[in-house]
Design a protein around this ligand. Structure first.
Ligand code: HEC
Ligand code: HEC
Length: 373
């Protein structure tokens, strides 16, 4: 169009020339407007990729399903849904329950209690697990690794009698009634449609952004701070054969995301251990070795919450191991009944474990309940 106008200008003079220039300006302006409009439309229907920053020294292998990339709009929608009691499909304010009812930020997204109870008061079969650094979990969720993707866990949580205890359609209908959502779904997924697949994807995106990497230990690793002599001693007990902890709890993530029988019992009756999934006898009495990040905040400990304090846990690993056919070979101190730590070593090991507490994580407003809905 501009080219046509140029020809026109060349061909004419005077007033015509002036009119042509005016026309040109109007045309350019309106083109600009069109452009801006179409850009605006794009913004509202194409979500912005969420920038994942891999903390220093963390593994670079992360797990994001190809059909659910993280986007700013998806993560924000997921945060709203994570904390929305309407997900329980009910209307009365006193019978609402969300993911955030049990997974509480100040307890590293556990609940600070021995047990968790679903909306009708039914106890969950195991204690809770924290929601930390699941971006690095290679699709083996829960104490026994039964569920792969976070997306798949959400419909299960909504319908489980010991969690939200509702139907998918009731949950989706209740979410549909909140007027904030249609535009948020449009921004995250392109259209206003609300369904369980999108709800699950958005919540999973939010959960994948829960990254804890700013503990005292992280700062020490990055050269931004020091550990005390006692904490350093605890670190070396943890990461050497003296304490024999690092084999299963790793460093940096402080979980290998693998399953072990860590010698707590000689009789195994739980029907939800790793064996119930693999039917491999070496998995009898085995559970995931959970991350030890924020461990100070997540008592009680083990899948059944049997230890109330870190002191009890360390006493167990020091002299409380129980023999059975199924103890994992990495429990190298089994023949001595435990690591046989001195009281100073125990104290220092616990001081080290407490350097894994990340106060920024448990207070980060990005992870907390939105206030405006
Ligand atoms: C009634 C309390 C309760 C509610 C509500 C609840 N959870 Fe959980 N969650 C648990 C418990 C207990 C576990 C550990 C279960 C197990 O492994 O046996 C768990 C485990 C998980 C895990 C696995 C963590 C890991 O490291 O493997 C994820 C992810 C999760 N929940 C996300 C959610 C989401 C998302 C919601 C909302 C849809 C939700 N939970 C609602 C209690 C709850
Ligand atoms: C053979 C692997 C293995 C070794 C070695 C090991 N652990 Fe564990 N640890 C586990 C497993 C598996 C669990 C969960 C068991 C369960 O819940 O029944 C666990 C649980 C824990 C828990 C409780 C976590 C929670 O969230 O409830 C703490 C704390 C812990 N271990 C600390 C240590 C320390 C400290 C050492 C070294 C003294 C150590 N572990 C050595 C495998 C191991």
């Amino acid at each position: 169009m501009i080219i046509v106008n140029n020809e026109y200008i060349n061909f004419n003079k005077g007033l015509i020339n002036f009119t042509a220039i005016l026309l040109l300006i109007i045309l350019i302006q309106s083109c600009k407007k069109d452009n801006e409009n179409s850009q605006n439309n794009n913004i509202s229907s194409t979500p912005t990729p969420y920038k994942v920053e891999i903390p220093k020294f963390f593994p670079t292998d992360i797990y994001i399903p190809s059909d659910n990339p993280l986007t700013n709009e998806g993560v924000e929608l997921g945060r709203y849904l994570f904390y929305d009691g309407k997900l329980a499909g009910r209307n009365s304010p006193d019978s609402m329950m969300s993911c955030g009812t049990c997974h509480i930020q100040q307890y590293s997204f556990k609940n600070g209690k021995a047990n968790a109870y679903g909306i009708t008061g039914i106890k969950t079969p195991h204690t809770m697990l924290p929601l930390i650094n699941l971006l690095w979990n290679p699709n083996t969720l829960l104490w026994n690794g039964k569920v792969g993707k976070i997306e798949d866990l959400i419909p299960m949580g909504i319908t489980a009698p010991h969690e939200l205890n509702t139907t998918i359609s009731k949950a989706v209908d209740a979410i549909k009634k909140n007027p904030v959502y249609p535009s948020m779904f449009k921004k995250a997924f392109g259209t206003e449609e609300i369904n369980i697949d999108r709800i699950s994807k958005a919540i999973a995106q939010f959960v994948r952004t829960l990254i804890s990497s700013n503990s005292k230990f992280d700062k020490y690793l990055r050269g931004e701070g020091n550990l005390t002599a006692e904490e350093m001693d605890g670190y070396s007990i943890f990461s050497s054969e003296t304490g024999d902890c690092f084999h299963c709890h790793g460093t940096v993530l402080f979980t290998t995301n693998l399953f072990y029988n860590n010698a707590k019992d000689s009789v195994f009756t739980d029907t939800r251990d790793r064996y119930s999934i693999t039917h491999n006898p070496s998995d009898i009495g085995a559970y995931v070795a959970p991350t030890l990040r924020n461990i100070e905040l997540t008592a009680p400990y083990m899948h059944d919450g049997r230890f109330k304090t870190l002191e009890e846990v360390v006493d167990f690993y020091s002299e409380g191991l129980v023999r059975s056919l199924y103890v994992h070979p990495l429990m190298k101190k089994i023949n001595q009944g435990g690591a046989q730590l001195t009281s100073t070593q125990k104290k220092n090991l616990i001081l080290f474990l407490k350097t894994l507490t990340d106060n920024d994580f448990v207070t980060n407003p990005k992870y907390s309940k939105p206030t405006n809905y």
